[in-house]
Design a protein around this ligand. Sequence first.
Ligand SMILES: Nc1ncnc2c1ncn2[C@@H]1O[C@H](COP(=O)(O)OP(=O)(O)OP(=O)(O)O)[C@@H](O)[C@H]1O
Ligand SMILES: [Mg+2]
Length: 354
Amino acid sequence: MKRLRFVLKSILTVIAVMSIVSLFWTAAYFITEALYTQFAWRPHPLVRQIISSILGFLLFGMTMSAISPFLRKREKVFWQHLIDAINRIAKGDFRVNLQADWGGRNHPFAELVTRINDMAANLQAMEEMRQEFISNVSHEIGSPLTSIRGFARALKNEDLSREQRLHYLDIIETECVRLSKLSENLLRLAMLDSDHYPFHPTSYRLDTQLQTLILHCEPQWAEKELNMCVLFEKVIITADEDLLSQVWLNLIHNAIKFTPKGGTITIQLQRRGEQAIVTVSDTGPGINEHDQLRIFERFYKADKSRHRAAGGSGLGLSIAKKIVDIHHGIISVQSQPGEGATFTVELPVHGPVS
Ligand SMILES: Nc1ncnc2c1ncn2[C@@H]1O[C@H](COP(=O)(O)OP(=O)(O)OP(=O)(O)O)[C@@H](O)[C@H]1O
Ligand SMILES: [Mg+2]
């Protein structure tokens, strides 16, 4: 269909050009004939032919140069709009929406307009993300700082008891830990976002890594009297050990943080074909469907009013997802409110194959 349209268009163009050329040559013929009659001079037919051809060319050239500014006007307006739009983009105004009214969607000008509109829309989305990121970071830094300042001021009061003083110092210390964890996580994310993150895959026992990390977290889960159930198959994986340990720690820390005292955490590892499957389940409050779609976003917390003691800035799962993505794996959550949550990580055992 497209080819047929192209052939028809070409034939029509050739017919139009030939008609216009014949028109000018006919005009030239009649003009020269009229002049010969006027001056009663009749040169040789060859000379007549040459004169008539030259005049045809001249008439054609003059007419075309007279009407071309009108033909180009639309093109000129188009380029002016395009230059204006690019200038606005260069100045940081990405609300650009050029109209693509050039002969069909496949016309190169229409394609150029579509590309510029897409580029502006992407830049606008990135700008909104950047602003949201800055406002989230400011908020996450602002609230501990306000609290530190308030308690530091309160500590100046000489009438405070020793217990009160220690309590306030504890709060200040907790807020400082929260701030340093935030800066650590932000640096980690920036590093993972850049194309130069250190990525050193090696082959190692995934079950041993998980076991070591669970033991490492024992003081935290033992303090909350949580039952830790583990079910591991022996799995050798090719992956970046340091990066993956961050994933497991973030998932285990969440499970410990959100599971009430006396609850149970179950961690399983199995090999299914070429995939290693790790699941971390808990008996915590669970996550509703709406939040499940957003918890892997940066700074997203399902319960905004969560008590400060629970801590966290909503970065742990986004870091985990980023690392799993780097390994060409999948991280997902299954949960029902009130019935705990299960996080599943699927990773190719032979490492990321690009
Ligand atoms: N096991 C879980 N049970 C219930 N909710 C969870 C669980 N894990 C994560 N969430 C929800 O997902 C949100 C995002 O988790 P994420 O680990 O990214 O952030 P965080 O734990 O709040 O802070 P951070 O990890 O930066 O210290 C949490 O705030 C919480 O609402
Ligand atoms: Mg977390």
